[in-house]
Design a protein around this ligand. Structure first.
Ligand code: PEP
Ligand code: MG
Length: 768
């Protein structure tokens, strides 16, 4: 049984990479049949178009009936397993009232039946069945085994299902299903809304560190170009090896150095290089050809008796990876991008963003990650539509294809239909015109129709943010994510380096207030030169916890902040992330006072900074009054507060639906924090993403948040909404929202309210 699970895992992986679903299920039924020692194993898959379960694979029944025979949803034992969504294990199936005889499948002889549902995200996608002639009862361990298999099989089926029914069900007319999928247009892949807006462009696929298994097989249309890429990659690897050889020449014994010779021989035209070239000439792309050749060699090495020779397989693999890295590097570091890039990757990282010429970047699609991953936050800051967590997207097959990215709804369309493209172009144009109109609000204050004033500030961290923010009328900086400049270095930046960067911002924003957050690393934000490895990073050494443990880092940063503000009229506000007790605030204040005194002693003309606390942890909500009394201001980090209140990882697409920024518990907590601050007469703001949404901004304004800090991109729309609404109306909405039971209800209600108030233009439009 153990080995069976291993086999399954390898099939699942194999298919996830190659998309060869039919092969995988064929192998699977045979393996299961053997493992359970039975006469038949079959997979039935749910077909929407045939409104039932279709036989998709079998070992034991009539294989001619694959794709032909089907059972209605309420028919037979298979239908019953589907309806009940639980296993059914029978000794004598024929005697069961739901038994339905399918003569054409050749199943008349079978008695014992065990069917388990294949369920993905609460949906029954199919049924895995084993049957046997003899009357026997499949035992509990066999049942448990099948349940385990079906659970693993489910994500595989879901993945194939996402590319269309033809991918999972063999076609009745016998057409090659795989070919049909490839030709299928206008397929929608669901993800999570990452950054709003609609984009149309060509997919440019980014790869993580080289992984031969992840390379898809693909035909090339341009053999000459692939050969050129191959030559460049091979030459680069040869050059690297010669260089290593030279470096080690004096220190390594001759026998060891011979290894490098051997490497060069292996790369020779008579060996690997020639084999790879021949395959490219036959039409395979270079990466696929490389993978095939390396695989074949590895297989041969594995069969060798001699241990030494078997070990040489590792060298071949190493060489293969070196060549692959160059092939992908050459592709990924393309200097010539199409003029409308949609960046696609299994996990798009901020570093990948940096590779693309910003003027050409239209959209981002990432298989992993979620709406609050930092890449999504950066995308919003850059005003680039993004879809995150598109788990079923075959990212590595999309190079060069046209994609439509709907960042409002988290949808990606592969090869969108012309009508959809046309509709989207119109929506993009409408958004552009609206943005132009909003430009006129730039100099106007953010004030409701009944005279309530709210400050709209910006969240900042990327270079280029200053102009973008001032252009959109930002009245201050509400959150400077100082860790971002720390990330682009290979050591901690010095006090002088930090000071010059901070001063640049403070000068540009003078006389507006600037809120500098102290280093917030840990969680999903790591510094390559200060690695933190933990089981539960979000519950671990994060934010203020790290910096209080390292006063030398904290003091340097705070001194840089205070000095950067010297002689300027704007207020410096220092903000502490991840505070979970008043003791942390007290300890940080001692250090900040120390830094301030030191800077004063050095003779600088500086004012004492204000010190504020971020409310990001539920404990801080319950201690908000105490913190408000001790701090100069409170600022809610609703991104983290939501994740900690709802126990939902902000980066995990599987639970993205549970990450609800207007969950009644979150709304109540936000209101409590505002009240606590009001009671203590302390300023209160919010700098999580919620502040930048029209509905969120209205509710927060109603709660009495003085400062809403958001991406510069969202600022004009939020200003427009607030200028077009009365606070008294907003407070009525809030009163109703506070009585609601679910985030869905809150969203629907706010959507309706904004539409009724004539503000539908800020709400995203959906494709027909
Ligand atoms: C937050 O958690 O809401 C916040 C503003 O901080 P960050 O997104 O950088 O964690
Ligand atoms: Mg945070």
């Amino acid at each position: 049984m153990d080995s069976m699970l291993k086999t399954l895992r390898s099939i699942v992986q194999h298919v996830a990479v190659h998309g060869d679903f039919a092969d995988a299920v064929r192998a699977l039924v045979t393996e299961v049949k053997q493992a359970v020692e039975t006469d038949v194993c079959s997979i039935y898959l749910r077909s929407e178009s045939r409104n039932g379960y279709v036989l998709a694979a079998t070992d034991g029944l009539n294989t001619d009936q694959i794709g032909e025979v089907s059972l209605a949803l309420d028919q037979g034992l298979v239908g019953l397993v589907g309806r009940r969504a639980e296993p059914i294990n029978l000794e004598a199936a024929k005697r069961h009232p739901d038994y339905h005889f399918l003569p054409e499948s050749g199943e008349e002889a079978f008695n014992a039946f065990l069917g388990v549902p294949i369920i993905h995200q609460r949906r029954v996608l199919g049924v895995l069945v084993v049957q046997q002639t003899a009357s026997r009862r499949f035992d509990e361990s066999e049942e448990a085994f099948l349940v385990t298999l079906a659970a693993q099989l489910a994500s595989l089926v879901a993945h194939a299902d996402a590319v269309g029914e033809s991918a999972i069900l063999p076609q009745r007319d016998g057409e090659d299903a795989q070919r049909r999928i490839r030709e299928q247009n206008d397929t929608c892949f669901m993800g999570v809304a990452g950054s709003p807006g609609i984009a149309i462009g060509r997919a440019v696929v980014m790869h993580p560190v080289a992984d031969l298994d992840a390379v898809p097989e693909r035909e090339t249309e341009n053999v000459t170009q692939e050969l050129l890429l191959l030559d460049r990659a091979l030459e680069s690897v040869r050059r690297d090896i010669r260089k290593i050889n030279e470096e080690f020449e004096s220190s390594l014994p001759k026998e060891e150095l011979a290894l490098f010779e051997a490497y060069l021989h292996m790369l020779d035209e008579n060996a690997l290089a020639g084999d790879i070239r021949a395959r490219v000439q036959r039409g395979q792309w270079a990466q696929g050809a490389l993978k095939q050749v390396i695989r074949e060699h590895l297989d041969r090495f594995e069969l060798m008796e001699d241990e030494y020779l078997r070990e040489r397989g590792a060298d071949v693999k190493d060489l293969g990876l070196r060549v692959l890295a160059y092939l992908q590097d050459i592709r990924d570091k393309k200097t010539v991008f199409p003029k409308d890039v949609v960046l696609v990757g299994d996990e798009v990282t901020p570093a990948m963003l940096a590779n693309v010429t910003p003027e050409r970047l239209r959209g981002i699609v990432s298989v992993k990650g979620s709406g609050n991953s930092h890449v999504a936050i950066l995308a919003r800051a850059m005003d680039i539509p993004a879809v995150m967590g598109a788990l079923d997207l075959p990212a590595y097959d999309l190079e060069g294809e046209t994609l439509l990215v709907d960042g409002h709804y988290g949808e990606v369309f592969r090869r969108p239909a012309e009508a959809r493209l046309q509709q989207s172009r119109e929506l993009i144009e409408q958004e552009r015109i609206f943005d132009e109109e909003l430009d006129e609000l730039k100099e106007l204050p953010c004030i409701t129709r009944d005279g309530w004033r709210v400050q709209l500030w910006v969240n900042i961290g990327l270079s280029g943010d200053i102009t973008r923010s001032l252009d959109r009328g930002a009245e201050g900086i509400g959150l400077f994510r100082t860790e971002i400049p720390f990330m682009s270095k290979d050591r901690f930046p010095t006090e002088a380096e930090q000071m010059s960067l901070y001063r640049e911002h403070m000068t540009a924003f003078e006389p507006r207030p600037v809120t500098m957050r102290t280093l917030d690393i840990g969680g999903d934000k790591s510094l390559s030169y200060f690695p933190i490895t933990e089981e539960n990073p979000f519950l671990g050494w994060r934010g203020i916890r790290v910096t209080l443990d390292h006063p030398e880092i904290f003091l340097v940063q705070v001194r840089a902040m205070i000095k950067a503000n010297a002689g300027l009229s704007g207020d410096l506000r220092i903000m502490l992330p991840m505070v979970s007790s008043a003791a942390e605030l007290a300890a940080a204040k001692v250090l900040i006072n120390q830094a301030y005194s030191e800077v004063l002693e050095e003779g600088a003309d500086v004012k004492p900074p204000q010190v504020g606390v971020m409310i990001e942890v539920p404990a801080a909500v319950y201690q908000a009054r105490l913190l408000a009394k001790e701090a100069d201001f409170l600022a809610v980090g609703s991104n983290d507060l939501t994740q900690y209140m709802l126990a939902v990882d902000r980066n995990n697409p599987r639970v993205a639906e549970l990450y609800q920024d207007v969950h009644p518990a979150v709304i109540t907590a936000l209101r409590e924090v505002a009240r606590a601050a009001h009671t203590e007469e302390t300023g209160v703001g919010i700098c999580g993403e919620l502040a930048g949404t029209p509905a969120g901004a209205v509710l927060l304004m109603a709660m009495g948040y003085h400062v809403l800090s958001m991406n510069a991109t969202h600022l004009p729309k939020v200003k427009w909404v607030i200028r077009n609404i009365k606070r008294s109306d907003a407070r009525r909405m809030l009163a109703k929202v506070l009585r609601m039971d679910s985030a869905g209800e809150v969203n629907a209600f706010m959507h309706q309210q904004l539409s009724d108030a004539g503000l539908a233009r800020v709400l995203p439009h959906h494709h027909d």
